[in-house]
Structure formats: structure tokens, C-alpha cells
Design a protein around this ligand. Structure first.
Ligand SMILES: Nc1ncnc2c1ncn2[C@@H]1O[C@H](COP(=O)(O)OP(=O)(O)OP(=O)(O)O)[C@@H](O)[C@H]1O
Ligand SMILES: [Mg+2]
Length: 287
């Protein structure tokens, strides 16, 4: 049985793909078998890492044809243990297809627990930054959901209206099924030193402190050019920036991603602590 984590937000450009790609790379280097699934019809996760073997199919065959054979739909990346189902719904047919299918919202949940796909330790779902039936299917397929959010008032409002609103509706939808809506963690992304972003972060935490649907993670991602540069180089950030550059105050990219992964899952924390030192070393992990 895999741990299935959906990375989502009804707002675009908040860091979903960055988070998914970097978590996946880190967990693969920590020794897990990881599957990335690119559910965004604009396939940025699909092109983040170089591929070692390109499967003939991808998400379209998985969701439209219920194809779960690994050799048909799973590509391998050049990172050991990191596989990928690419986004290939080039005609944009999937949403309509799922809307017309009686099991549309529930299909992905069933497929990811079928056959060899269930053998992955971790499945990470990257999603589109707008509400859609594919996004709803990802929520219902996951054990845990992670929502990056940028520290500005508009993002906070959109999170409450869009993402929490969708979770409430899905909660009602699942009341009569065996599925349930996963717990949701909020990851502050692109924090900088300005007072405004610190204030928004603080007010988000107090605003949501009594909300049982969501936990604001203690660890956050700082605004770091290394995230962009690592993406451009097709590398996970823990390899790209394993240690803090001399004289910079902000922690190393490797420390940020490791701290978030450790906070998300205790099994991951144990494995990350034992990672070899070329990836930043165990001593860099903060809890
Ligand atoms: N902490 C960060 N510091 C600096 N740049 C970042 C950070 N997080 C993300 N970025 C950059 O912001 C841009 C948007 O990030 P990303 O593509 O991950 O967002 P997204 O939520 O997946 O967007 P979309 O909704 O379009 O899929 C990218 O260029 C990425 O490199
Ligand atoms: Mg994206």
C-alpha cells in the first residue's frame, strides 16, 4: 500500500509542481520507490526531470482506459527510484470523459490501489491550479493533501473560498461512500524577510488554528532562487543546494525540503535522517 499525497491548490502558480518534484526527488534519494503523477493538463512536472525510459502512454491511458500496466504508462526518470506518469491529455478530453462516467470522481482512487501501482511506497499527485473534476478525483484518491500557499492576502482568501470550499463539498459527496476527504496541510511558500509576508503567515496561522480541516505546517519554504535554478537544471533542490552558501542567512534548499518532508510523515523523517552526506547530511535536518 502506497502513501498517496496530493499537492493542490485552486490557485495557480503557488508552487505545487516545485513542491511535488522536489519531494519526489528527495524521497527517492532517501530510498523510497516513488511515483509522480502529473494530473495538470499543462505538463510542467512531466518535463521537470530527464527521462531514462519513456512509456508509450501516460495519465490519459490511466484515467480514460483504466490502464495500470507499468510498462504501458510509467516512464522512468534518470533518478533511481523515481518514476513518472506523464500528462498526455493533449486534446483536453479527460474532464468531459470523467464528468460523463458514473465513477468519474472515484476512479483514480481505485486505479492507484490496483496491480503494480500499489507497490510504490509513495505516490505524489501534482494537480492543476483551478477547480476541476480531475482535481476532485486527486483529492479523493489521496491519504493526505498538501496545499502550498504564498503569504499574501489574496492567496489566503482564495484558499478559504476555493480549496476549503471544495473540501466541504467533497465531504458531503463522500458521506455515502467508503472514501473520505484527506487531512489537509498548508505549506507557506516563498516567505521572505519583509514584514508583510511574516504578518500574513502569522495571521494565516491564527485564522486557521481552530479549523479542524487544516494544519499549517511549522516548516515553510523561503523565497530562494535555487528553487528556480534547480528546476532549470532538472535537479531536485537537495542535490542542487545541499549546503547553505557562505554568508547567506536563509537555510540551504536541502534543509527546507527535508524539514517539510520530515514534518509530513514520520517514516520519511527516519529515512531522511539516514541519507548519505552528499545530499546535505543528516545533521542538517531540523524538526
Ligand atoms: N520558494 C520559492 N522560491 C523561489 N521561486 C519559487 C519558489 N517556489 C516556486 N518558485 C517558482 O515559482 C514558479 C511557479 O511555481 P510552480 O510551477 O511550482 O507553481 P504551480 O503551483 O505548480 O503553478 P501552476 O498552477 O501553473 O501549475 C516557478 O518558476 C518556480 O520555480
Ligand atoms: Mg504546476
Amino acid at each position: 500500500m502506497s502513501v498517496i499525497l496530493a499537492v493542490l491548490s485552486t490557485k495557480g502558480g503557488v508552487g505545487k509542481t516545485t513542491t511535488t518534484a522536489n519531494l519526489g526527488g528527495l524521497l527517492a534519494d532517501a530510498g523510497f520507490r516513488v511515483l509522480l503523477v502529473d494530473l495538470d493538463s499543462q505538463p510542467s512536472l512531466s518535463s521537470y526531470y530527464s527521462l531514462a525510459r519513456e512509456a508509450p502512454g501516460g495519465v490519459y491511458e490511466l484515467m480514460a482506459l483504466s490502464e495500470t500496466r507499468l510498462d504501458r504508462i510509467v516512464s522512468t526518470t534518470t533518478i533511481d527510484g523515481l518514476d513518472l506518469i506523464v500528462s498526455n491529455d493533449y486534446q483536453g478530453q479527460l474532464p468531459q470523459l470523467l464528468l460523463n462516467a458514473p465513477d468519474g470522481r472515484f476512479r483514480l482512487s481505485h486505479l492507484l490501489s490496483t496491480g503494480s501501482l500499489a507497490d510504490y511506497d509513495v505516490i505524489l499527485l501534482d494537480t492543476q491550479g483551478a477547480r476541476s473534476i480531475t482535481l476532485e478525483a486527486a483529492v479523493l484518491a489521496s491519504d493526505q493533501a498538501l496545499s502550498p500557499i504564498t503569504p499574501d492576502v489574496l492567496s489566503a482568501r482564495e484558499f478559504v473560498r476555493g480549496t476549503l470550499g471544495m473540501f466541504d463539498e467533497l465531504e458531503r459527496l463522500t458521506a455515502y461512500t467508503s472514501l473520505s476527504v484527506p487531512p489537509l496541510s498548508l505549506l507557506l511558500n516563498r516567505l521572505d524577510e519583509t514584514r508583510n509576508s511574516q504578518q500574513v503567515a502569522q495571521s494565516l496561522r491564527s485564522m486557521l488554528s481552530n479549523d479542524i480541516r487544516v494544519t499549517v505546517l511549522n516548516n515553510a519554504f523561503r523565497m530562494l532562487s535555487a528553487f528556480k535554478l534547480a528546476g532549470a537544471a532538472g535537479e531536485p533542490i537537495h542535490r542542487y543546494e545541499p549546503v547553505k552558501p557562505y554568508r547567506r542567512v536563509t537555510p540551504a534548499g536541502a534543509d527546507l525540503i527535508k524539514a517539510v518532508a520530515c514534518e509530513l510523515h514520520s517514516d520519511w523523517a527516519d529515512a531522511i535522517k539516514e541519507m548519505p552526506s552528499q545530499h546535505g547530511g543528516a545533521s542538517d535536518v531540523r524538526h
